[in-house]
Design a protein around this ligand. Structure first.
Ligand SMILES: [Zn+2]
Length: 147
């Protein structure tokens, strides 16, 4: 293992964390946009026979006024909300993938025989290599290769 492995892993973990933060923020913005649009549109279209086409035509005709003469069609808000939501989900999925690829080394401890062993990452359950019991090991600390 190269000596800068530790820094590389740290950088990946930091990137993963900011990826999660960005992903969650995008999802939140998307959900807020979509629910704001639906909340505004729903009383006007819910009585219609064909809710979806009524909703579509309503979103194309109505504007959301931000004030200062700035207004956006509700449909544009809905599209932006959906785009934010999907890119948020995409970023979350990507961050998750980075997490599995990076495979942080951790030190696990058996709750029965108190022996430690190394694993690529923390697992919910694992077989203890000492007492051969199927246990839920405690995570001691991240363990990096010596520099
Ligand atoms: Zn054990």
């Amino acid at each position: 293992m190269p000596s800068n492995d530790k820094n590389t892993i740290r950088r990946i973990i930091r990137r993963k964390k900011s990826g999660y933060a960005i992903g969650f923020t995008l999802c939140l913005i998307g959900l807020i946009f979509l629910s704001a649009v639906l909340w505004k549109a729903w009383p006007n279209v819910s009585a219609s026979h064909d809710v979806f086409s009524a909703l579509e035509s309503y979103l194309w005709t109505k504007q959301f006024d931000f004030g200062f003469g700035i207004g956006l069609k509700l449909m544009h808000l809905a599209i932006m909300g959906a785009a934010a939501l999907f890119s948020g989900i995409f970023v979350l999925a990507l961050s998750r993938q980075v997490f599995f690829v990076s495979g942080e080394n951790v030190l696990l401890k058996c709750p029965y025989c108190k022996n430690n062993w190394k694993a690529r990452r923390a697992k919910g359950f694992a077989e203890c290599p000492y007492c051969r019991q199927f246990v839920q090991p405690a995570v001691m600390r991240p363990r990096y290769p010596a520099a």
